[in-house]
Unconditional design. Structure first.
Length: 456
């Protein structure tokens, strides 16, 4: 076995006891496997082993054995909506399995249901295990550094080739395609931006600023128009929400000018919506797929056709061009076709609830002057905006990154409320102890010695 595989297996096998004893370590390691996909940098058995499952089993066992108070942590609006969404996915899969029209994708449907169920489960486990801001901070840094590795690895290639070739994610991962990779980078860009403002150590801040600067051209040179739409949305919101906008706006303008001046002709031509023949084969495929989704949902508006409904037989029945068989090319149309209007509604309700929670945290943090909490809440909600904007043209509704961000936002709300409640109690006690009338009242009621004066 090659040395890479030996190192990888040794590391992961050695980590399994820590996943059991310290479930948070298992959650962080699971994020590394999900987003970094280190197994694809090895060969032989190290590449084919189900690493996510291997890490998840001791993590879940340790979580059930050692974690306390987790039942209250998961009793939140977002976790309840996650559970309802999973129940609805199960119902739509069951109904589709009993429909003769959909039996051609029955095996693929239950395979996808199994994958999505694991993703939702680990999102709930994240909420249950991550019980402090320090743990949340570590998890966010781990997730951002996974994508930072890809950015730092590909950036020299972009410089040498002057952006002539498209940038892709790791093979056989959720972000292997250039469009999906651009979506993931749009979601990560706010993480780099706000971590660079909240980290204490200068070298860490500088690292995230460097990754932020390198990510923008990396998004552009995925050659994904959906990713470019997401970049515009994310950049605009970061300008509005950042106190450093006077520095950020000139940098953004310089980057845009450089992109226009030095980008290859192939990139400029692909991104120009006014060029002759702008509706190329890719755009027409999207229109064909969206029409297919709408027609299918019109016949099955409640539950759709279940996971994996984009098959040649169904395209023959519902698509304008039955030979152009593709995925949904849209988060929203994909959910509509696979889970009906109810599934789409539950999904959007979950996203909307999470965005509402983020806005609530920002308002409370702003009132208290809690800069770090405000940055984290903005970081997560702008990341979700990047997903929603790019997701208009990309069919990645079940992206584990999205559910991880949702889980992190739920954790942020809980740790902030706990900390703010403790701060309020401490302030009340300090005010009470420094009030002479209150001190005399306590002394007369208790009949004991007067309270000690507060420390200077």
């Amino acid at each position: 076995m090659p040395i890479r595989g030996i190192i990888l297996i040794t590391f992961f096998v050695g980590s399994l006891p820590f996943c059991f004893i310290r479930p948070f370590y298992g959650v962080a390691l699971w994020a590394v496997i999900a987003f970094l996909n280190p197994q694809w940098y090895a060969w032989s058995a190290a590449r084919t082993l189900p690493w996510a499952l291997v890490v998840a089993i001791p993590t879940l066992a340790g979580f059930l054995a050692f974690c306390r108070g987790w039942t209250q942590r998961i009793l939140t609006r977002e976790v309840i909506l996650l559970f309802l969404l999973w129940v609805w996915f199960t119902i739509t899969s069951t109904l589709a399995g009993n429909n003769a029209l959909f039996v051609d994708h029955l095996d693929d449907m239950w395979f996808r249901w199994n994958v999505v169920s694991k993703i939702l489960l680990m999102a709930v486990v994240t909420v249950a295990v991550v019980d402090s801001f320090q743990r949340l901070r570590v998890l966010v840094i781990v997730m951002s550094c996974c994508f930072g590795f890809f950015v730092a690895k590909a950036f020299p290639f972009l410089i040498v080739t002057a952006g002539t070739y498209r940038v892709y994610g790791p093979p056989k991962s959720m972000i292997a395609d250039n469009n999906d990779y651009g979506l993931a980078l749009n979601m990560t860009l706010p993480l780099f931006f706000f971590l660079a403002q909240t980290e204490v150590k200068p070298w860490v801040r500088n690292m995230f600023w460097a990754l932020f600067a390198m990510t923008i051209p990396s998004i552009c040179f995925t050659y994904s128009r959906g990713a470019l739409v997401g970049l515009v949305a994310v950049s605009g919101l970061m300008v509005l929400r950042s106190k450093q906008r006077l520095v950020f706006i000139p940098l953004l303008l310089i980057g845009a000018v450089l992109a226009l001046l030095f980008a290859p002709d192939a990139w400029r031509e692909r991104m120009d919506p006014t060029r002759p023949g702008a509706l190329d084969a890719s755009a027409m495929s999207r229109i064909n797929a969206w029409t297919f989704c709408w027609r299918l949902a019109s016949d099955y508006p409640i539950a759709g056709a279940g996971f994996g409904t984009f098959t040649p037989d169904l395209f023959l029945r519902y698509a304008p061009n039955p030979e152009d068989v593709h995925g949904p090319h849209s988060v929203y149309f994909g959910l509509l076709a696979e889970h009906g209007f109810v599934g789409l509604g539950l999904y959007l309700l979950l996203i909307g609830s999470t965005m509402w929670t983020a806005s609530s945290i920002v308002k409370k943090a702003n009132a208290r002057g809690d800069h770090v909490a405000m940055c984290y809440a903005n970081m997560f909600r702008i990341s979700l905006v990047g997903f929603l904007a790019s997701g208009t043209f990309l069919g990645r509704a079940y992206f584990d990154y999205v559910f991880s961000i949702i889980g992190c936002l739920v954790v942020l709300k809980q740790v902030c409320e706990t900390q703010w409640r403790e701060d309020d109690l401490a302030a009340e006690e300090e005010e009470h102890s420094s009030d002479p009338l209150a001190r005399e009242a306590v002394m007369s009621e208790g009949g004991g010695a007067p309270l000690p004066a507060p420390l200077a």
